[in-house]
Design a protein around this ligand. Structure first.
Ligand code: NVA
Length: 367
């Protein structure tokens, strides 16, 4: 019998089916060209690599399992990836890396637009094979849903030509980094199309894509040519010294309302499309924490990395009390989810999920 399994056009329509990542066998990847440039200069991640401590993996899995159960209790179908052995090295004709990363977070790898799920090119060598964790699910959806399209963007070569040596040489300093990101001078070059799926936000007919460390202009152009029925907009956030993934920076909550990280303000000329169409962009609340948890790549702004369940309901990390309070004031019902001890595995509630099915169709929010 025909049934639609895959359908999702935006970040807020009622969620019915989602993938939640797993922490199994997650590794801190070894040195590779752009990795150092992407890790904050004061981070405890610097110089570390290898399999993450088992007790942290177990704790993260406990939280991810609980989150999955919470979603299921609300009637949402939840699927989980099948971890590959991330300790395996990767060798291609162009590069070698001694280990991989993990199957967290799925949002970075899979981009669902309508009935298609697209595997991103990715831009880290250690994440080159990460799509394999999701292949059993892709096969299952392919078998279940005759309209499902499984697509994969061209695998990049990721030679040294993909990375700017200016970023690789030494400690750069925050002022220089901010100057460079304001000038859109990022660690990735324009050698070939590169994008991570978590740099893309879906607004129906419009796709908003962050140009930064993990997505280059050629990657955005590739997306433009791929999604021919969409309008693809490049955005950038000059206040972010490490522009990696858009979902702790710009968070649509429902038609007409977006949270923007107050430290990473969307420039005026890029706000026009939203403001001319009656969308309000409000500053996100301050994070509840002064620093990220141990061995975490992300900033404290995972506070705004929320998962919208429908235009009136949002999952917020349990300790992020200011973010929850703001959601309440904005008229959203808050579902508290404990996840902070899993942040180190690649992010928050939006990161650790990937949409499979949201009700609704492709609408034009910026006519
Ligand atoms: N680079 C981002 C992570 C986004 C999920 C941040 O740390 O703010």
């Amino acid at each position: 019998m025909e049934k639609t399994v895959v359908n999702s056009w935006n970040e807020w329509d009622p969620l019915k089916h989602v993938i939640v990542g797993r922490a199994d066998d997650c590794h801190i990847p070894p040195e590779e060209p752009a990795l150092d440039a992407k890790v904050p200069e004061d981070s405890d991640m610097r110089g570390q690599w290898g399999r993450r401590p088992q007790e942290t993996i177990d704790r993260a899995n406990e939280l991810l399992d609980n989150f999955a159960a919470q979603l299921q209790a609300r009637g949402i179908r939840v699927d989980r990836p099948t971890p590959i052995d991330h300790s395996q090295p990767v060798t291609t004709p162009d590069f070698h890396t001694d280990s991989q990363f993990g199957c967290m977070p799925p949002r970075d790898v899979l981009l669902t637009v309508g009935s298609e799920m697209l595997e991103a090119t990715m831009s880290y060598r250690c994440r080159w094979f990460e799509y394999l964790n999701y292949r059993p699910l892709m096969q299952q959806y392919f078998n279940e849903d005759p309209n499902f399209r499984h697509a994969s963007a061209p695998k990049p070569r990721l030679t040294d030509a993909d990375y700017r040596t200016d970023y690789l040489s030494e400690k750069i300093g925050i002022e220089k980094r901010l100057e460079w990101t304001a000038d859109k001078f990022f660690v990735t070059t324009e050698e070939e199309p590169l994008f991570d799926a978590a740099d893309v936000l879906r607004f129906g007919k419009d796709l908003v894509v962050q140009h930064g460390f993990t997505t280059n202009l050629k990657g955005i152009e590739w997306l433009r040519r791929h999604y021919r029925d969409h309008r693809v907009h490049a955005v950038n956030f000059p206040g972010d010294p490490y522009p990696i993934h858009i979902d702790a920076t710009f968070t649509p909550l429902r038609p007409g309302l977006i949270l923007n990280n107050p430290r990473r303000r969307l420039p005026d000329d890029q706000r026009e499309i939203f403001e001319n169409n009656g969308w309000e962009i409000v500053d996100a609340a301050q994070p509840a924490h002064n620093g990220p948890p141990p061995l975490c790549y992300s900033s404290v702004w995972l506070s705004m990395n929320v998962l919208v369940l429908d235009p009136k309901t949002v999952c917020v990390e349990k300790s992020e009390v200011y973010q929850a309070e703001q959601m309440d004031k904005l008229g959203m019902e808050v579902v508290e989810v404990e996840l902070r001890d899993a942040y180190a595995f690649g992010g928050g509630l939006h990161c650790c999920t990937a949409d499979v099915y949201r009700e609704g169709t492709c609408e034009d929010y910026f006519p």
